[in-house]
Ligand binder design. Structure first.
Ligand SMILES: C[S@@+](CC[C@H](N)C(=O)[O-])C[C@H]1O[C@@H](n2cnc3c(N)ncnc32)[C@H](O)[C@@H]1O
Length: 236
């Protein structure tokens, strides 16, 4: 959402003479006062969302050097920046095993050293799953990350349902590519179908917990499920 607004703002700021709307002024004020925005600029992260993943990973140690990570909903690429660093996929530290980061987004993703990006790809499309199997070493990943978000319609329930649908599609992807024992971290917007998603996750993961990192805005329904210790569905 931040990234979308950012693009909208940049787009509208190009029309130099146009007066800013109230919504744009509020957004700009919030950005200017947000410590995570300032920190992301100082540390060259592409987006403030980097701090959500850093915080979760500092606590739960998902991203190990040598691990293979798939980042769903990558653009503009801040989570992938964090993942590249933590799994050493750019080979920055020659004493550590070198991992892999593959990112997917409907949008174009600017290149990043150490990551392989599938721009203009839909995570829910079986053709994307097939392509992923080809680019992942041995066709498998240790960690599935998803910060995906559909374009907000403005109708909270509808947006919630759409995002739960996207999260559910990750279970099909997990069945194809996630190593047994692997992890899934996915964003959702809290709502009526949250329990439904949680139940589905509990069927195939050993532990499932809901997280709200400090970097996630308090007034947002955004939360994350961290599901660990993947076991393949019995009928597959
Ligand atoms: C909040 S942004 C992700 C920000 C990213 N984690 C970062 O740190 O830079 C959400 C992204 O999800 C992408 N997205 C939404 N639905 C998708 C889908 N079905 N397949 C792939 N990407 C999708 C959007 O295009 C958008 O770029």
């Amino acid at each position: 959402m931040f990234c979308l607004l950012h693009r909208r703002f940049l787009h509208s700021s190009c029309r130099l003479q146009k007066k800013k709307s109230n919504a744009e002024r509020r957004w700009l004020a919030r950005q200017t006062n947000d410590p995570y925005v300032k920190a992301s600029q100082a540390l060259n992260f592409r987006c403030r969302s980097a701090f959500k993943l850093l915080e979760i990973d500092d606590k739960f140690r998902l991203l190990q050097p040598g691990s293979c990570v798939v980042d769903c909903g990558t653009a503009p690429g801040a989570w992938s920046q964090v993942a590249v660093h933590r799994v050493n996929s750019a080979g920055t530290d020659p004493t550590l095993p070198r991992g892999t980061v593959v990112g997917i987004d409907l949008l174009n993703i600017p290149p990043l050293d150490g990551a392989h990006f599938l721009s203009n790809h839909n995570v829910a499309d079986p053709a994307t799953h097939a392509k992923l199997s080809e680019v992942l070493p041995g066709g498998r990943a240790h960690v599935l990350l998803s910060d995906m978000a559909p374009n907000a319609s403005g109708f909270r329930d509808l947006d919630h349902e759409r995002l739960i649908g996207l999260c559910s599609s990750l279970l099909d992807l997990a069945e194809m590519i996630l190593h047994p024992g692997g992890s899934l971290l996915c964003k959702y917007w809290d709502g009526a179908l949250t329990c439904h998603l949680q139940d589905k996750l509990c069927l195939v993961f050993g532990s499932v917990r809901s997280l709200k990192p400090h970097a996630s805005r308090k007034d947002s329904a955004e939360r994350y499920f961290l599901a660990r210790n993947y076991r393949k569905p019995v009928n597959s």
